[in-house]
Design a protein. Structure first.
Length: 193
């Protein structure tokens, strides 16, 4: 019995699969890999959807994503752990017991690698005996958006913090609601006849 060989993607399909890893969406990937200059947006969207649903292309995209995850070590689990560490980081770790800011090289790594969005240091001077001398400094630290991190954690497929809200979002038509409430015989005043 011979083993059935999986079909390989065409050159254009391979280019599309590669572009999916870079572009924001399938339509952008389609534009990047096919001659779509004279195509309507509707055609581009339709063709991109068709390619995404093609088993050969879908398999190739999955292979490329798995290879990227293996190479970088960054996958959904890594991201969720990182977001959790950032969401739980304590700003007190940036300060000495006397309330002064620690030098950056003494900050915990989680603060040095993404939580601080900016640092603004202003030197303060006084004129002492006719000379301008530095008497201190003020450092302002801008922390990146923790709420956004919590939102991303909540949207994670394994956490599903917003699942109840999503399940409760249902499109209901007024006639359909009336039918469900009153059966086949809705009346003008809402009472059954």
């Amino acid at each position: 019995m011979t083993e059935k060989k999986e079909p390989t993607p065409t050159e254009k399909q391979e280019a599309f699969a590669q572009a999916i890893l870079i572009e924001d969406n399938a339509s952008d990937a389609y534009r990047a890999s096919y001659d779509a200059e004279n195509m309507s947006l509707e055609t581009i969207n339709r063709e991109a959807t068709r390619l995404i649903q093609n088993p050969t292309v879908a398999t190739r995209i999955a292979e490329l994503k798995a290879a990227r995850e293996e190479k970088t070590g960054i996958d959904a689990e890594w991201l969720l752990k990182r977001l959790a560490e950032e969401a739980q980081a304590d700003a007190a770790d940036l300060y000495e017991e006397n309330g002064t800011l620690k030098p950056i090289h003494k900050w915990p790594k989680i603060w040095r690698t993404g939580l601080v969005a900016g640092i603004d240091t202003t030197q303060e001077y006084e004129t002492i005996d006719g000379k301008k001398e530095r008497v201190g400094s003020v450092t302002k630290i801008k922390v990146s958006d923790r709420v956004k991190r919590l939102e991303l954690i909540g949207k994670h497929v394994d956490v599903q913090a917003f699942l109840e809200r999503t399940k409760n979002t249902v499109a209901v038509t007024f006639p359909g609601l009336m039918q469900e409430l009153y059966g086949d015989k809705p009346t003008d005043n809402g009472d059954e006849s």
